[in-house]
Write a protein that binds this ligand. Structure first.
Ligand code: GLU
Length: 177
């Protein structure tokens, strides 16, 4: 088991997220990552294989990541080896969605095939990347985050806790389980 944390407020998010993840370290994990929303842009992503300390060092204890809304993740790999690319957050092709996930998307292969046919390319070997790309696909049609999330949730089978950032709602974290 691994962990998800989120923060949105008036403080710099990354140090808070690192602190939150440190409290979940006892659960075990193989890699960790942060996504912090950048004003007027997409989320800044930093990921690292190994201990949380590697991620903390890489971001100077979070100082190098500005922004006040973000999510953090510790991963226990089920699909794809533990490495920086497969670590979460996973990001949609357009960069609009950043997703952290604990659990397994059972029907990810089938979903991935249909997304490949729609022209999506995948960077990681994870089941989770399918969630990010599906959100992108549904959002492209509706431009409504809530609708995109509910459509994605009805398409996926499996177990999941999800933390989602959308670049168009920069102070909001969407959570689903
Ligand atoms: N199935 C996902 C992966 O392998 C999430 C694993 C987890 O629960 O951390 O990336």
């Amino acid at each position: 088991m691994c962990g998800i944390v989120g923060f949105t407020g008036h403080r710099q998010a990354a140090p808070v997220l690192l602190d939150g993840l440190s409290k979940l370290e006892y659960r075990g994990y193989d890699s960790a990552g942060l996504a912090v929303q950048q004003p007027g842009g997409t989320a800044m992503i930093v990921k690292a294989k190994g201990r949380l300390k590697v991620l903390a060092d890489k971001t100077e204890q979070g100082a190098t990541m500005p922004g006040t809304c973000g999510v953090g993740h510790t991963r226990w790999a089920t699909h794809g080896e533990p490495n920086d690319v497969n670590a979460h957050p996973q990001v949609s092709q357009s960069g609009t969605f950043a997703v952290v996930h604990n659990g397994i998307i059972e029907n990810y292969a089938e979903l991935k095939n249909s997304l490949l046919k729609k022209g999506y390319t995948f960077r990681s070997e994870t089941d989770t990347e399918v969630v990010a790309q599906l959100l992108d696909w549904y959002y492209r049609e509706s431009r409504d985050v809530f609708e995109a999330v509910t459509s994605m949730l009805s398409a996926v089978d499996g177990t999941y806790a999800l933390g989602i950032l959308c670049a168009d709602t920069p102070d909001r974290i969407i959570a689903a389980r």
